[in-house]
Design a protein around this ligand. Structure first.
Ligand SMILES: Nc1ncnc2c1ncn2[C@@H]1O[C@H](COP(=O)(O)OP(=O)(O)OP(=O)(O)O)[C@@H](O)[C@H]1O
Length: 231
């Protein structure tokens, strides 16, 4: 078995709530392999989003470590973590988080512009991806001029623009009807097969989860099937 791309090691997370410590993650271990699709399930409040944020360096654990290709991400400076996120990760959220005043092309190009790529090249890349997600007729539309499913496809195109090895998605179909959810699922599978992009998806949607290579369920701060180390 190849060594994992991303490892969460003994991740512990507590929040202080009304002066009382609330334990969310109790030493979670997870190995994620290049090119796999993984769903994280669990009841509301079980810590799925918290774990995803920790794996994506958007939040810090109280103890434990996160390794990417064997290197600790927690020992990086905030600036290095931001650069890691920009180049290696893509994020997709339930409510797309597109910038409302920018059109689809500009939203998709944004991570490239932030990485210092010239506008012409960034926009060309954005057009190519928007075409790939079936939105070549929506290049100049702003988020409010698009349907929920279209907005989510723009968010996926934005997550792909810097060719990340991992896309992390938090309830990517949470706000969509069945047809739009099926389109997103198909898109995720197409991208995974074509580019070998790994997907880590937090979801309540068992239909979506069951189409992933692997599902892990958080219960009482740990995975029910802990020890499952992936393909
Ligand atoms: N910044 C914070 N301060 C205090 N408590 C927090 C904070 N962030 C999350 N929590 C708590 O941690 C628990 C886990 O939250 P999290 O959002 O990770 O759960 P989840 O499994 O993703 O839930 P859902 O499925 O409802 O989105 C919740 O009880 C939440 O209230």
């Amino acid at each position: 078995m190849s060594s994992p791309l991303l490892v969460g090691k003994n991740i512990v997370k507590n929040f202080i709530d009304a002066q009382r410590s609330v334990d969310i993650l109790h030493g979670v271990n997870i190995n994620v392999h290049a090119g796999e699709t993984l769903a994280i399930l669990g009841a509301s409040g079980s810590g799925k989003s918290t774990l995803l944020h920790i794996l994506g360096t958007l939040d810090s654990p109280c103890s434990g470590d996160v390794l990417f290709k064997g290197e600790s991400l927690l020992s990086l400076s905030k600036k290095q973590q931001a650069s890691f996120r920009n180049t290696q990760l893509g994020f997709v959220y339930q409510f797309h988080h597109l910038l409302p005043e920018f059109n689809a092309t500009e939203n998709v190009a944004m991570p490239k512009l932030i990485a210092g790529v010239a506008k012409k090249e960034a926009y060309a890349g954005a057009h190519e991806l928007l075409e790939r997600v079936g939105l070549s007729h929506r290049l100049n539309h702003k988020p409010h001029q698009m349907s929920g499913g279209e907005r989510q496809r723009v968010a996926i195109a934005r997550a792909m623009i810097n060719k990340p090895s991992i896309i992390m998605a938090d309830e990517p179909t949470g706000n969509l009807d069945n047809d739009a959810s099926d389109d997103i699922l198909k898109l995720i599978n197409d991208i995974n097969k074509a580019d070998n992009t790994c997907f880590i998806i937090v979801t309540h949607d068992h239909g979506l989860a069951n189409k992933m290579d692997r599902t892990l369920t958080l219960v009482n701060g740990n995975f029910m099937n802990e020890g499952d180390v992936g393909k």
